[in-house]
Design a protein around this ligand. Structure first.
Ligand code: BDR
Ligand code: CA
Length: 309
């Protein structure tokens, strides 16, 4: 399957890119970057460093939006460190970003393919996607599916009491995407908070014995210092890689087709994903909203894929 990853790397974003690159079931057409965990400049450097790490020079990286549509920018350096890649400092990238803007790349690539051919993996704030859909409304029927790590139901929030980071960072963009009519798979905190990056699981990555396994283990060890401390778990959550894992093995996940809307009116609950789990409204079921994952099988799959490098 052909995919584009829209991202703000971030250690867990980088693992998502690596899983896509190494999986023969997936053809990664390009990576687009957006301001989120870190600035768009740093996110672009980090995406290029990820390509360098595994010697890939054929997948373009396109820089995108440097701030949310309406709100003031925020970041998540309190989770990912100042560079977004704290835990392992990779060398400056040898490659350069492609000159075309991320939004133009998304529009051109999707329009060059038959309707439904391309899946967008959205693992940062959805600013680029909202801009692309607004500029080229035909994307509403041309993008096959958007698979996004964002939102929450019973796990509620990780950046405010009621909001998940990717949505809170640009709630107006997320609202545009959710109202677009494009089929959406949403992988919320309910799933990611149940996939702990425990010491034993990270030790398995390291025991593969290749460089990528060691880098990923060290990255996730850093990322969990904030999150595991906060949640009191053995390891932190594993967020963004679930998008690619779901594409590879949807049978590992359980969820429901429901209506999801985004709060953009209230400062108190800004960015909340309002999930109609019980079908209280008659609103369109715009989202396959996942709630559960077979964590052991997911970690087996990551370990197996990392061992291919
Ligand atoms: C999301 O926010 C970022 O910090 C992670 O990379 C992930 O995309 C989790 O809320
Ligand atoms: Ca991310």
């Amino acid at each position: 399957m052909k995919i584009i990853i829209d991202t703000d790397p971030g250690q867990d974003d980088a693992l998502t890119i690596l899983l896509a690159l190494i999986s023969p079931e997936i053809e990664l057409l390009g990576v687009t970057t957006v301001a989120g965990n870190v600035s768009v400049r740093q996110a672009t450097i980090n995406a290029l460093k990820t390509m360098d790490l595994v010697g890939v020079t054929t997948v373009p990286v396109h820089a995108g939006a440097d701030r949310p549509l309406l709100r003031a920018p925020i970041d998540a350096t309190h989770v990912h460190g100042r560079t977004g890649f704290e835990g392992v400092d990779l060398p400056d990238p040898a490659q350069k970003a492609a000159p075309e803007h991320a939004v133009d790349f998304i529009i051109r690539t999707v329009m060059d393919h038959v309707p439904g051919a391309i899946t967008l993996c959205a693992i940062g704030p959805m600013t680029n996607l909202a801009l692309a859909i607004s500029r080229e409304p035909a994307l509403r029927t041309r993008i096959g599916r958007i698979v996004t790590m964002s939102g929450a139901f019973s796990e509620v929030g990780n950046i405010t009491p009621t909001a998940e980071f990717n949505i809170y960072a640009d709630p107006h963009a997320a609202a545009i995407v959710l109202e677009s009519g494009i089929p959406i798979t949403m992988i919320p905190l309910d799933v990611t908070h149940a996939l702990h990056t425990s010491a034993a699981r990270l030790a398995r990555f390291e025991a593969i014995g290749n460089r990528v396994g060691k880098v990923v283990a060290d990255w996730l060890r850093f990322e969990k210092t904030f999150e595991a401390t906060k949640y009191g778990t053995d390891g932190g959550p594993l967020h963004d890689p679930n998008t690619v894992l779901w594409l590879l093995r949807p049978d590992l996940y359980k969820g429901r087709e429901v209506n999801v809307r985004i709060e953009t009116g209230s400062e108190l609950t800004m960015g909340m994903s309002v999930v109609d789990w019980w079908g209280i409204t008659n609103l369109p079921r715009n989202t396959l909203f996942l709630r559960e994952c077979d964590a052991a099988a997911a970690y087996d799959l990551i370990t197996e894929r990392l061992s291919r490098f």
